[in-house]
Every structure is written in structure tokens, then in C-alpha cells.
Design a protein around this ligand. Sequence first.
Ligand code: CA
Length: 231
Amino acid sequence: MNVGAKILVIEDEASQLELLAYNLGVEGYGVFKAETGEEGLLILKEQSIDLILLDWMLPQMSGLEVCRQVKRKKATKNIPVIMLTARGEEDDKIRGLDIGADDYVVKPYLIKELMARVRAGLRNRSEQSGAEVLEFQSLSMNLVKHTVSVAESAVSLGPLEFKLLRVFMETPGRVWSRDQLLDRVWGDNLNVDTRTVDVHIARLRKALSKASDVGFVRTVRGFGYSLDTSA
Ligand code: CA
């Protein structure tokens, strides 16, 4: 279920960065690359990232500072951070875990081991969010039971509409472009185009409208869609 998860790699050594990106790509993850902490933080603002691999020793802003900023912001604090530290720097490890890093891997690492840690990080994350019920005003989504309701009346959704709604419920008010939704919901399926998004948005709206007069999914002309009630 984690195929297509988005992983941000922040690593200033180009060869390491490419090696990681290549191996993560082979595993089916979407990879975003940054060579500095600043670049990484920018990507975090624009993408919904599922896990961060963060090198400790970075030029300018250190890995420690990047981690601190990620863990301080509400929007990013639940993203698992795996720190990549140099051998023997035990103090770094402790400081990293102190400021909220979720795991660490000592360099030089075995790719196989790192991939196992990535899978574990993503698994923890989906278990955590799996325990949650997402709510937005009268809308409620149970991710464990796979049910949706509006003001207590059940709404029946197809799997793609369910995934779309989940993306919206996780980020109320955020405007998603059709391309971003394609990427997020359909992943690497290249046989679908942006009109497909419109089709499934229409189905989602229709299903929700059976249970409520409130239009939850708003069209933002020229951009895409967002979840709010000014629809
Ligand atoms: Ca480095």
C-alpha cells in the first residue's frame, strides 16, 4: 500500500543522492531530491511528502536544524524523518532523536537495510493515520472501516472517490491541481489524463450530495479543487 509514497531525500553529496534516488525509484517510490536543507524545506511546502531521508552534515542549514523545523510545524511534524549520520557520531544520534527524528541510519549503510527502514517508517505512519477518523465539519471518514458519512448518514463511495476524498480530508482548504491529484490518487498509472480527475470529482460530489446539501468540493477556476464549504 506504500507504493507511490513520496520520499524527500536531502543529501549534499551528489553521488549519494543519486544512489538513494535510484534505489527508491526502483522500489516504486516517488522521489524528490534536495541538496540543501533550504531546498528540502521548500519542497515540503509544495508536496505532500510521506517520509524524509535527511543527511546530518549539510552545508549551511544542518540536518539537525532541518529536522527541528520539520518537527515544529503542524503540517509536517508527523512525517517520519530518518537521519543519515556518520559512524561514531553517537552524540548526533541522541540529539537527533531528542528533536524528534524517528530513526537514524549510520553511514556507510547498506541500501537493503536503508530500504527496510524506509518501509518500516512508512508502515508506522500508515498505522498511525489508520487509527484516525478524519473529520471536516459534518463529514467523517473512518480509514479503518473504510466508511464515509455526512451528518451521520452513510455515503457510499467507489475506491477512487474514497482516495480522492481522503486526500482532501487530510488537507482541508488546500487547493490541489488536477496533476497533483492524478499523482496522488492514481500514482504512476500513465494511462489516465486530467479529465479523469474531473470525472471522479463529479462522482464524489454526486455521492456527497445525496447525503447533504452542502457542496464540500470546491472548484478553483484555473487551478483545481479543494475541500471547503464555499462550494
Ligand atoms: Ca553530507
